[in-house]
Design a binder for this molecule. Structure first.
Ligand SMILES: NC(=O)c1ccc[n+]([C@@H]2O[C@H](COP(=O)([O-])OP(=O)(O)OC[C@H]3O[C@@H](n4cnc5c(N)ncnc54)[C@H](OP(=O)(O)O)[C@@H]3O)[C@@H](O)[C@H]2O)c1
Length: 322
């Protein structure tokens, strides 16, 4: 495992574990998955993973409970990251919600407490007042944000009066927005970009095609899995396979290596089984050559999926099986 070269109280592994899948029916993994989730966490610990990401929203607290129980006595050694969903993020609410998350996780302190998304109405001055008091009493280690643009990330730092260590955003080969400003800022200021959906929810694994889309409500709502987009992605997957073959690796591992190339980026892929966790952890060791990286960039640029409003009628038709 590799770790971010930054001054943090505990090392942060380049590959973390995302746990939205835990206790969330929308992924369609069934009741058996809860036992597997615990195995995934234990294997991740053995492989040197130190970053575990959850949120009060995931399974309405179930993800935090499953993760905390699975970590057991190792909780204190790793970086437990959770998120507040900022419905009304005034200071007392922020404090009360952190206490509730810590209780579900079974921890004395949340190592990284993140604002799940920017509240369009409540300014960060309010939210960060709550965060600062949580840090002052030691219930929260580092503060993070999620789905923030650069301007608001920096504003949040000014409001907190301390570093907002990380911004958790969608970042993968086919969602490259963070390369424009968030990643350069993280590198210059000593912050971290946490890449969520780094496999584009499994699209980049190459496991799925138009005749074999994934099950579950989460991915039915993701336009990348429209039959048309799965077809359009064939060349991109072929390039991933080509690079993967040269490393005796899988397309997913190469997709992870792509985002991890930046020193201040860590990725938190979810996993449906232990073997995926093992492969994802191993991806941290893969170094892409400049030529391979250029080939991946070119293939990613050439991929033009149907997204946004244009995707809506197609998704309805796919839902109706037409
Ligand atoms: N802050 C936010 O707003 C936000 C939003 C989304 C996610 N997140 C966080 O980020 C985490 C990861 O994002 P995500 O779950 O949306 O997407 P992801 O990590 O890109 O995709 C996860 C899925 O990819 C497949 N997969 C994982 N490893 C694989 C491997 N080695 N080989 C082949 N397939 C593999 C699995 O699905 P199958 O095996 O079923 O194909 C798995 O459930 C979440 O768990 C959550 O913690 C945060």
């Amino acid at each position: 495992m590799r770790y971010v070269q930054l001054d943090t109280p505990k090392p942060i592994s380049k590959i973390g574990l995302g746990t939205w899948q835990f206790g969330s029916k929308e992924w369609g993994y069934g009741p058996e998955y809860e036992r597997r989730a615990a195995e995934i966490v234990r294997r991740a610990l053995e492989l040197g993973v130190t970053l575990f990401d959850t949120a009060e929203l995931y399974g309405f607290g179930r993800s935090e409970r499953i993760l905390g129980a699975a970590l057991g006595d190792e909780r204190a050694k790793v970086v437990v990251a959770s998120k507040i969903f900022p419905l009304l993020p005034v200071a007392p609410v922020v404090q009360q919600r952190a206490v509730a998350s810590a209780a579900r996780l079974g921890v004395d302190g949340i190592d990284l407490y993140q604002v799940h998304q920017a509240n369009p109405v409540v300014a960060d001055t309010t939210t960060m007042r709550g965060m600062r008091s949580l840090q002052d009493v030691g219930l929260v280690g580092e503060v993070g944000v999620s789905n923030y643009g650069l301007r608001r990330w920096r504003f949040a730092e000014a409001a907190l009066g301390r570093r907002v260590l990380s911004n958790q955003v969608r970042y993968s080969m086919i969602d490259r927005g963070p390369e424009e400003d968030l990643i350069p800022y993280a590198e210059q200021a000593g912050r971290i970009v946490i890449a969520y959906s780094p496999l584009a929810q499994g699209f980049l694994s190459g496991r799925y095609d138009a005749t074999n889309p994934p099950a579950g409500a989460v991915r039915r709502a993701n336009p990348y899995f429209l039959p048309e987009n799965l077809e359009r992605g064939a060349q991109l997957i072929a390039t991933l396979r080509e690079v993967a073959d040269a490393h005796d690796a899988t397309p997913s591992q190469i997709a992870l290596a792509y985002v991890l190339r930046h020193p201040n980026v860590v990725a938190i892929p979810g996993a449906s089984g232990v073997e995926q966790m093992e492969r994802n952890a191993a991806a941290a060791e893969i170094d892409l050559t400049d030529d391979e990286y250029a080939a991946l960039v070119a293939a990613a640029h050439a991929f033009r999926p149907v997204t946004g409003l244009a995707a809506v009628p197609r998704m309805v038709r796919a839902r109706l099986g037409k």
